[in-house]
Design a protein around this ligand. Structure first.
Ligand code: ATP
Ligand code: MG
Length: 376
């Protein structure tokens, strides 16, 4: 028996707003998405009241999860400033990038720009894999890089934060849904020795497409903090492609220790990579380096190598920008085929040349990360 919107509404009617009004009468609910037992909605409140609403959100989520037929429920709290309310921080005309202090909550005693968001207990470092442009192989690289880090003996998690097109379920072949532990936290799916979580486990791709900026952030915050990640050395986050507002908010609000930018060698991709770099620099997240994906083509028959996109562009760009260059991944059928089959190349061909390349990149990432943490 699958749950209906009406049943979800009934459950929500039993939850009270901070002012004691039934949630269904408080004029705060988004449309409710119910698909295949998965329920998603958001509670939209004024930014000034967000704190008071957090426990209401949690109660609402528990109430919906308790309904028979609900496989998973995600209720996001989105706080929007009322029209005419003061901006979050004063505009700084003519000053370009705001100083690190502007991103820092006042109660942050450490004072480091990287300590501006609360760390996630148990996770030593969160790193983002980003690209200025879609389709450059970000998800493929994020997964194989995570596996490369695993091969270095690290305990690794992978969070698919690409709300617009979660591809980690396909790349890993994971079809099950995460279960909840006694504290009602989602238990990440264990695959290839990685702790894996994807927004795609909870909502359909089509649902994910229509999410607005604040909902995206709220959902991702929950995926970071309401998940029983356990103890991890590194959590690799597959970011949504691009450098728009949603990506910037994410870069600002996720406690990142560093970011890796994936680019193809073409000029257009490089321009976008530069934008990605600028975005992380703006929010004081160190860029650990640039990876050139689809760097060159090695003919599987004759072994001849062709530089179809004019290989080497990303290396030059990294040098020009003073950012480490982490490595080149060839355009190779094996990488695509294994990805599409849910058996990434580092797992399916662990002794092959591609696995070696990903491990090499992983070692560089680990070293850059150590340096970034030491410098912070
Ligand atoms: N080095 C490679 N060689 C061959 N195919 C590759 C390589 N890297 C990625 N691909 C293929 O390219 C396609 C896009 O890759 P992927 O989904 O990882 O990109 P993405 O940047 O995450 O895309 P999106 O912006 O849609 O999230 C996939 O079919 C993938 O298998
Ligand atoms: Mg992707």
């Amino acid at each position: 028996m699958s749950v209906t919107q009406q049943q979800v509404l009934q459950a929500l009617a039993g939850v009270r707003s901070p002012r004691g009004v039934a949630l269904t009468n408080a004029d705060v609910l988004s449309p409710i998405t119910v698909s295949d037992g998965k329920v998603f909605l958001s509670i939209n409140v004024d930014a000034g009241e967000a704190r008071a609403w957090e426990s209401v959100r949690a109660q609402a989520e528990s109430a919906v999860r308790a309904l028979p037929g609900v496989a998973s429920a995600m209720i996001a709290l989105t706080a929007e400033r009322k029209a005419g309310a003061a901006p979050p921080r004063p505009a700084r005309p003519g000053q370009g990038v705001p100083p690190a202090a502007a991103h820092r909550p006042p109660h942050n005693p450490a004072g480091s720009p990287m300590a501006r968001q609360a760390e996630i207990p148990g996770i030593a470092a969160v790193i983002a894999v980003a690209s200025g442009k879609g389709g450059v192989g970000k998800s493929t690289t994020a997964l194989n890089l995570a596996l490369g880090l695993r091969d270095l003996g690290l305990r690794v998690g992978l969070l698919d934060a690409d709300i617009y097109g979660p591809s980690v379920p396909r790349l890993t072949g994971i079809r099950e849904k995460p279960e909840l532990n006694d504290e009602r936290k989602m238990i990440p799916i264990e695959r290839f020795g990685l702790a894996v979580m994807s927004i795609g486990f909870l909502v359909d791709e089509e649902t994910a497409m229509i999410w607005r900026g604040p909902m995206v952030m709220s959902a991702i915050t929950q995926m970071l903090r309401d998940v029983a990640w356990g103890t991890l050395d590194v959590l690799v986050v597959d970011m949504p492609p691009g450098t728009g507002d949603a990506q910037l908010t994410l870069a600002q609000n996720v406690p990142l220790k560093g970011a890796i930018i994936i680019s193809t060698p073409q000029d257009l991709s490089l321009i976008d990579a530069r934008r990605g770099l600028a975005m992380f620099t703006k929010v004081n997240v160190p860029v650990l380096g640039i990876v050139e994906n689809m760097s060159y083509f090695q003919c599987p028959h004759c072994g001849t190598r062709s530089d179809i996109f004019g290989h080497g562009g990303a290396r030059h760009e990294a040098e020009r920008l003073g950012v480490p260059f982490l490595g080149e991944i060839p355009l190779d059928m094996a990488i695509r085929v294994t990805s599409d089959a849910g058996a990434p190349v580092v797992v399916s061909e662990p002794h092959g040349p591609h696995a070696a390349i990903y491990r090499d990149i992983a070692a560089k990432v680990r070293d850059q990360l150590k340096a970034a943490i030491a410098a912070a």
